[in-house]
Write a protein that binds this ligand. Structure first.
Ligand code: HSE
Length: 334
């Protein structure tokens, strides 16, 4: 096996979180968000995995770790052998909340492993691998390319177009304290839907994609409506129906379930005076249902992963990854 392209050093990759679906674009539309995870990889004598942050409790510390497995898949595809890795993972993205934490880990591992072998694989190869692992391209596409992604996967190949997010758009996320697995949120979906509902989603998803590409924020309230997944998932998230129905009369441009949930996501115009009113409305609805939520204002993240390469002479190279990752600035890198 070839080893000539292997770089000696530590690669650190910062990856954005993402939201999927944006309402009607089920398994198709995704948007990167200004909330981040970091993956650090370095060839080593034995495999060691170090974690930073409260969000990673329960993540395996052996070779069943997702980052380890994905990195090995990259090396195998490139015909390069690096069996032992020192891995560091930091995530500020809450797990199983519909903010693409697993997609960020997959994309972080793919990009870091690829950087370690001199970018032997193309971005498209990484996207195809990421989609095959996640089984839908929306979150991984947004984390890999930044901005907004419109994608379709036929089980073999994923095609995508990246759209620059409209200017002047902010994102309010309301993250419930309970977790909801994508599996559970997919299990409540029906096997079949009516032609009427299918047509509703095709038309609204098309309008939404075009409105986002054209910067038509005025159309989002209408275009972000969905009949394929949100009505069925509403039973799993108390308060969701009220928020999705009434957020636009409290200052939101549109309101949706973020991915498979349980996080709710609202788009709003930057600098508009009703931000506080919207946030208060969301908190009050959820609290009336007995659900604690943390709210956070984010921005669309305009870029994909940022790669830093630490050579032997760079500060951070000799530190343990958890020390280095704990010190990286959690700046809003949009
Ligand atoms: N499109 C997926 C879903 C997102 O809604 O089930 C989950 O990552």
């Amino acid at each position: 096996m070839a080893t000539n392209k292997l770089k000696s050093g530590r690669v650190v990759v910062k990856v954005p979180a993402s939201t999927a679906n944006l309402g009607p674009g089920f398994d198709s539309l995704g948007m990167a968000l200004s909330l981040f995870a970091w993956v650090s990889l370095k060839p080593s004598d034995t495999t060691r995995i170090m974690l930073v942050g409260d969000h990673l409790k329960g993540v395996p510390l052996d070779k069943t770790n997702l980052v380890y497995e994905v990195a090995q898949a990259v090396f195998r595809k490139a015909g390069i052998e690096i069996p032992e890795l020192e891995i560091g993972i930091r995530s500020d993205i809450p797990l199983t909340r519909g903010l693409g934490s697993s997609a960020s880990a997959i994309v972080g591992a793919l990009v870091a492993a690829n950087a370690l072998i001199g970018n032997a694989l193309t971005d498209d190869e990484l996207f195809q691998m990421a989609t095959a692992l996640e089984k839908h391209p929306d979150n991984v596409g947004a984390s890999l390319f930044g901005g907004i992604i419109a994608a379709a996967w036929d089980g073999e190949r994923a095609g995508y177009v990246r759209i620059e997010p409209p200017q002047g758009m902010e994102v309010l996320v309301a993250i419930p304290e309970f977790e909801l697995s994508t599996k559970k949120a997919r299990n409540v979906l029906p096997e079949q839907v009516t032609m009427q509902d299918a047509v509703f989603n095709v038309t609204h998803s098309s309008l939404l994609t075009a409105a986002l590409a054209a910067g038509r924020l005025d159309l989002l309230g209408q275009a972000m409506r969905d009949r394929l997944h949100q009505p069925y998932r509403a039973a799993l998230i108390p308060g969701m129906e009220t928020i999705l129905r009434d957020a636009t009369s409290h200052g939101a441009l549109g309101a949706v379930l973020s991915g498979a949930g349980p996080t709710l996501l609202m788009l709003a115009e930057s600098g508009q005076p009703e931000e506080g009113r919207l946030e208060a409305f969301v908190k009050q609805v959820m609290s009336a249902e007995g659900i604690n939520v943390s709210t956070r204002w984010l921005k669309p993240c305009l870029h994909g992963p940022e790669v830093r390469f630490l050579g032997e002479k760079d500060p951070g190279y000799h530190e343990a990854p958890q020390q280095y990752l704990a010190s990286v600035e959690a700046e809003v890198g949009v």
